[in-house]
Design a protein around this ligand. Structure first.
Ligand code: ATP
Ligand code: MG
Length: 630
């Protein structure tokens, strides 16, 4: 099944092909395909190691792969330390703006290091050692950088929990990781209101016996309860002698753990992914450099929260590893008006802007004028992650935000992969709706249920053939689930859990989760295809499609539709949308039912939770809802 947009190809402008991409990407692709380990070794050599590796890859105990075996380094050595002795010393590492726009904090690499050292000294004084786990439950404020980097610097393992999760979800994550320390704030700002983070931590740690200390950053000034034996204000600790002085970056083994992070929970109970220092460092460094073509004067803005893998890899670590300037904004995109993001891009001269389709669709709803009244011409590259970006959103993002000139880099990857797997580089032609090509050194293959390769253009299971440096090493405390979930369907291959097809040019089209595929009268339809067809109607902001059991057809398609501002649901519109899908996708894909809704159930990272819609429609148990957005 094909949508007309597949034939549209966006050829890169001469500027996109210039700069560091003057070299023909096809050559690099070929070279990396011929010898992936040599490619990764070359990339790793661009970074600092206190002891070189003996082997690039050890696959003797697959799927527990090891990278850069015998090598010693620390991700902080490369993300911070190496910059303060060179020409980046006074370069801005981080620019931050508060939700109300009244506060701006900037950090050169030199001053970022001072803050990281301070936090690390404090953690050390509280007994945090190599291998210890620390839970970070902080809003989007610079302290989240300090906390993550301070843990890594000491060789401690951070577990960042999105600061919006309930006390139950937080408590189970603290317990699961057996954290001895929690770093939080009194509260966070959400659209002008205070969200009581510390109260939630108080509730959570009641049931978490491993927690010895809680560090509290003052952010909202709200009244909180401080347990004198357990809780400490960060601004008090900062002024103690223990906080002062240099703090050495502990050199760790490449394979020592860096962090634990839970997946979004779109398809079930979140999984605790474990990443390590060496390979993750090389993978995030290289992929950001390639896809977003990092330049010396760039200002890179990734809108993801540090609570998700996108925030880990491409808000914090990737930009700093590349010595870039990263930007963080405390609030949401529509506060106080739907042009908040566009204002920030204009004001700070953001050159590279990386966000999610859910945000694009929600901003499109308000019309073009909010964006077009701002000068967004500083944008050189824009990017998307999290869900398939439907062609309507692609074109809006590309033309209205990117001015029709900035290449739009789609990036397919997962918490488990740590780094991009399917994407492009700016000099590659782009196809709206396709996530792009496998990254250099990777082979993605579409297989059927028996493990046979399917012909181009046909749907199947997206798998990854080659190991890659930033791959998850295991699920924390659950090796069996790691093997079962990703490595047992096709021995020796990574099973992504997504359904996709490859076209004859080697581009991949993700069409949804394998669990969500809808089977109508013997045809398999991806949720992304059905949703893209509905979303291409001018009345529609976004939609979710699910398959419900149907006696004759196997599945009946049920679509939940959120309309754009100024539209109302009606029987006529229902018929119009059904006809629209019929003509834009296929008569088979015509939804049996269309339900107009105000919102869709989403994870807190912004992904549609179709399993919840399905469970509700069938009157079944809704399963793990810990990551459901309120
Ligand atoms: P869980 O694994 O707990 O169900 P999740 O898969 O949503 O949650 P993440 O690791 O945050 O957790 O998301 C990875 C998934 O997001 C991918 O498997 C894919 O389905 C989707 N995804 C990410 N980026 C893209 C993209 N560019 N295009 C299409 N889908 C994407
Ligand atoms: Mg997943």
């Amino acid at each position: 099944m094909s949508t007309s947009s597949e034939r549209f190809i966006f050829e890169p402008s001469p500027e996109a092909s210039a700069g560091s991409w003057a070299e023909d990407w096809q050559e690099i692709e070929k070279r990396a395909a011929a010898d992936p380990l040599a490619y990764w070794e070359e990339q790793a050599s661009e970074l600092e190691w206190s002891q070189p590796w003996e082997a690039v890859l050890d696959d003797s105990n697959a799927p527990f792969y090891k990278w850069f075996v015998g090598g010693k380094t620390n991700i902080v050595t490369n993300a911070v330390d190496r910059h303060i002795t060179g020409p980046h010393k006074n370069k801005l590492a981080l620019i931050w703006e508060s939700e109300d726009g009244k506060e701006v904090r900037t950090f050169s690499y030199f001053s970022l290091n001072r803050d990281v050292e301070k936090m690390a000294n404090i953690l050390k004084a509280m007994g945090v050692r190599k291998g210890d786990r620390v839970t970070i439950y902080l809003p989007r404020i610079p302290e989240v950088f300090f906390a993550m980097l301070a843990c890594a610097k000491l060789g401690a393992v951070h577990s960042v929990v999105f600061a919006g999760f309930s006390s139950d979800a937080l408590s189970s994550r603290i317990d699961d990781s057996e954290s001895k320390l929690v770093i939080t704030a009194d509260g966070s700002w959400i659209n002008g209101n205070v969200f009581p983070l510390k109260d939630i931590v108080d509730e959570a740690v009641k049931f978490s016996p491993t927690v010895e200390n809680v560090i509290v950053v003052k952010r909202t000034g709200t009244e909180v309860h401080m347990d004198p034996t357990r809780d400490h204000w960060y601004h008090d600790l900062e002024n103690l002698p223990i906080a002062r002085g240099r703090c050495e970056t502990v050199q760790v083994d490449a394979e020592d753990p860096l962090y634990i992070l839970y997946t979004s929970g779109s398809t079930g109970k979140p999984k605790a992914i474990l990443h390590t220092h060496g390979g993750y460092m090389v993978g995030t460094y290289t992929t950001l450099k390639n896809t977003f073509d990092i330049q010396e004067d760039d200002r890179f803005w990734c809108t993801a929260d540090a609570g998700w893998v996108t925030g880990h890899s491409y808000l914090v670590y990737g930009p700093l590893l590349n010595g870039a300037t990263t930007f963080m904004y405390e609030g949401g995109p529509t506060f106080p008006h739907p042009d908040r993001w566009w204002k920030l891009i204009e004001h700070y001269g953001i050159t590279t802007f990386y966000t999610a389709p859910t945000a694009i669709r929600s901003l499109m709803r308000f019309g073009d004028a909010w964006a077009t009244r701002h000068d967004l011409s500083s944008l050189r590259l824009i990017g998307s992650v999290g869900e398939p970006i439907n062609p309507a959103a692609w074109h809006w993002f590309h033309s209205v935000v990117g001015g029709g000139k900035a290449p739009l880099m789609d990036t397919w990857w997962q918490t488990e992969t740590g780094m991009f797997q399917i994407t492009g580089v700016p000099s590659m032609p782009q196809k709206p709706g396709s996530a792009g090509r496998a990254v250099f050194g990777q082979v993605a293959e579409i297989l059927d249920e028996h493990g046979n390769s399917v012909p181009d253009g046909q749907e199947g299971f997206l798998t990854l053939k080659n190991p890659w440096p930033a791959m998850a090493r295991t699920l924390y405390n659950d090796e069996q689930r790691f093997v079962d979930t990703y490595w047992s369907t096709y021995p020796g291959r990574y099973m992504t859990g997504d359904a996709a097809k490859r076209d004859e040019d080697g581009y991949f089209w993700v069409i949804g989760r394998t669990d969500d595929v809808i089977k109508v009268s013997g045809h398999r339809l991806g949720t992304a295809e059905v949703e893209a067809a509905i979303n291409s109607h001018s009345a529609v902001s976004e939609s979710a499609a699910i398959g419900l059991p149907h006696e004759v057809k196997g599945n009946a398609i049920h679509s939940f539709v959120v309309l754009n501002q100024g539209y109302a649901g009606s029987r006529e519109l229902t018929e119009e949308l059904r006809a629209h899908v019929s003509s834009h996708l296929s008569p088979i894909a015509k939804p049996d039912e269309i339900e107009f809704v105000n919102t869709l159930p989403k994870t807190r990272s912004g992904k549609i939770m179709r399993r919840v819609l399905r469970a509700r429609a069938l009157g079944q148990d809704e399963g793990d809802l810990s990551t459901l957005e309120e």
